[in-house]
Design a protein around this ligand. Sequence first.
Ligand SMILES: Cc1cc2nc3c(=O)[nH]c(=O)nc-3n(C[C@H](O)[C@H](O)[C@H](O)COP(=O)(O)O)c2cc1C
Length: 174
Amino acid sequence: MKTTLLINGHRNPDDSKYGKALFLKASELKEVTTHTLIEEYPNFQIDGERERALLTEHKNIVLQFPLYWYSSPAILKEWIDEVLARGWAYGGGTALAGKKIMVAVTTGGAEKVYQHDGANRFTINEFLRPFEQTAALCGMTWIEPFIMYGVRYLDQSQIDAACEQYLQAINELQ
Ligand SMILES: Cc1cc2nc3c(=O)[nH]c(=O)nc-3n(C[C@H](O)[C@H](O)[C@H](O)COP(=O)(O)O)c2cc1C
């Protein structure tokens, strides 16, 4: 059985460079099931039953996305709204309790702008709090997010290094 469900919330996976590098690297792992939401649901008509079954089958969940306006692309928010149903994920439901969840984010902004005295005024962990609290409400174990900051400033060796770190972070979920 595959243990980790890697959900790609990119809006335009074909135009992705940095997230794609991470995603392709992670998909080499035999324990990982990859799932690109916009390819499955180009019209945003998410099949909640199917997605809940996929989540049930896996121990660990990774939500990967590019930071868009300090949050996720809309397809991932729609997925959360549709899939994490009351009575199943929370509000008496415990289907996700005990599963590990890791968010993996690429950002245009460099790490130094994600500081209280930086241009974006808040840290990335602060921007990610809605995800962290969603996980908490569902009884999931929140793993330290994987962040690839300032992607356009990275050279190929730094991209390769980030991919290796991503593999390691996913392996450590097992
Ligand atoms: C609509 C849109 C909104 C974005 N908003 C942010 C943002 O709020 N903060 C940031 O650091 N980068 C932002 N970016 C830059 C993306 O995060 C960056 O291009 C992406 O992570 C690169 O990964 P990719 O090659 O997989 O697309 C935005 C890009 C787009 C297209």
